[in-house]
Write a protein that binds this ligand. Structure first.
Ligand code: 6PG
Length: 469
């Protein structure tokens, strides 16, 4: 039947199919579109009742089935495919229709598409969707950016399908243009940081504390019942319990130690560099995936260089310190990501409300964590907060845990266990909280060899010295 479906979705892969079924579960009628007939048929049979969920391989039939203004979400791979799908829809659309890109598109692509479609009277949203396949089905965190006026048409669907934190939907209008994709990109940068830190703590517990998989499972599970409660700590605990179905032992021990990436962490890092915002824990998380990819070279180098045998430690005390260090470094990672968002908001005119962002990250998304409730409160108490480290509610949390981070970083360095994320988090803290850094010397060097000038502590103005050879 034409014109009757509330919501359209292009791209019926796992994410798309799950999202559209979620839309239907929440009382909206939904229509899917995919070039792959098998996927179309699979959705129709899973949807059960075609008056509620239907699909077609044909773009014209798909568009005609939707009520106006049409709300069409794309869940297709980021990049060229998004442009191709937009072009295939355009001839059939009317002014005022809305296209929502739910993929991990690069934010400048979203700006380009938004401007292009605006000329044609079409509203374009870049909406980050986090939570993986399960999240799409049961409730993701959704990060939409685009036209505020057009958001009213999308809002009821998004609020219904999103995850809920104590009844509050994990979706909010974030800002104009590419605000949604930008926020999702930084979400992923934080995700990279948290994952890297978790893997380092695992390494430390295993090598220094001799914890086996069963104990690691219990340790992470008990941490997940405390202040470290988070999706990533929860799944980490479950990973250690997973037996290998292709052989003996635990699956985690059989997995090749080369981490892949699709680019969003790297973009976060690259853009932070462009903005001049330090996000060292995210940077190193990207670099570690790159080092991990050099498996053959690592194996070769491993044979050349000796490594100290880790000194034995008291297991219980190690586990306690590891919990504190992980908590400390998680805070540093969120602090860096939020700082990047604050500056990007000024640079790109997003008008981001950091409290709103932390709020919609409290459930549904990959970086959801108990900490995000505290982060939300910190930004609600002070919307202009420059850095979480300056929030009165975070000061005691950091003071209480930094000592453990210091001890473990020192232990890792002496015993040859690489803890780059943790040490970068600590260095970030030490540098950010140092009123005086030695970069006066860098200024002197720059002036010495290049007459680049310097400023002084005791006088206003720009100075240059003819340094003596
Ligand atoms: C999410 C995730 C997701 C991301 C994967 C893979 O929020 O659901 O961030 O969008 O694509 O985590 O990312 P990498 O392949 O780069 O690790």
């Amino acid at each position: 039947m034409a014109d009757t479906y509330d919501f359209g979705l292009v791209g019926l892969g796992v994410m798309g199919r799950n999202f559209i079924l979620n839309v239907a579960d929440n009382g909206f009628t939904a229509y899917g579109n995919d070039l792959d007939e098998e996927k179309v048929n699979a959705l129709i049979s899973e949807g059960g009742d075609t008056s509620k969920v239907n699909a077609s391989t044909d773009a014209k039939t798909f568009v005609a089935a939707l009520s106006t203004p049409r709300k069409i979400m794309l869940l297709v791979p980021a990049g060229k495919v998004v442009d191709i799908v937009i072009e295939s829809l355009l001839p059939h659309l009317d002014q005022g229709d809305i296209i929502i890109d739910g993929g991990n598109s690069f934010f400048t692509d979203t700006d380009r598409r938004e401007a292009y479609l605006k000329e044609k009277g079409i509203n374009f949203f870049g909406a980050g969707v986090s939570g993986g396949a399960k999240g799409a089905r049961k409730g993701p965190s959704i990060m939409p950016g685009g036209s505020r006026e057009a958001y009213q048409y999308v809002k009821p669907v998004f609020e219904a399908v999103s995850a809920k934190y104590k009844g509050e939907p994990c979706v909010a209008y974030l800002g104009p243009k590419s605000a949604g994709n930008y926020v999702k990109m930084v979400h992923n940068g934080i995700e990279y940081g948290l994952m890297q830190l978790t893997s380092e703590i695992y390494d430390l517990l295993k090598k220094a504390g001799g914890l086996d998989n069963e104990t690691l499972h219990q340790t992470f599970a008990s941490w997940n019942a405390g202040r470290l409660q988070s999706f990533l700590v929860e799944i980490t605990s479950q990973i250690f319990a997973q037996k290998d179905d292709l052989g003996d032992g635990h699956l985690v021990d059989k997995i090749l130690d080369k981490a892949k990436q699709k680019g969003t962490g790297k973009w976060t890092s690259q853009n932070a560099m462009d903005l001049g915002i330090p996000v060292p824990t995210i940077d190193i998380a990207v670099s570690m995936r790159e080092i991990s990819a050099l498996k053959n070279e690592r194996l070769e180098a491993d044979k050349i260089y000796d490594r100290p045998t880790p000194e034995s430690v008291v297991k219980d005390s190690l586990v306690g310190k590891a919990e504190q260090a992980l908590y400390f470094s998680f805070i540093m990672t969120y602090a860096q990501g939020m700082h990047q968002l604050a500056d990007a908001s000024n640079e790109y005119g997003y008008e981001l409300q950091l409290g709103e962002i932390a709020k919609i990250w409290r459930a549904g998304c990959i970086i959801r964590a108990a900490l995000l409730a505290d982060i939300t409160e910190a930004f609600q108490a002070d919307a202009g907060l420059r850095n979480l480290l300056l929030s009165p509610s975070f000061v005691p949390k950091v003071k209480e845990t930094v000592g453990a981070a210091r001890e473990l970083v020192a232990y890792g360095a002496t015993n040859g266990i690489p803890l780059p994320g943790l040490s970068n988090a600590l260095t970030y803290f030490d540098a950010y909280t140092s009123g005086r850094l030695p970069l006066n010397l860098i200024q002197a060097q720059r002036d010495y060899f290049g007459s680049h000038t310097y400023e002084r502590l005791d006088q206003e103005g720009i100075f240059h010295t003819e340094w003596e050879d």
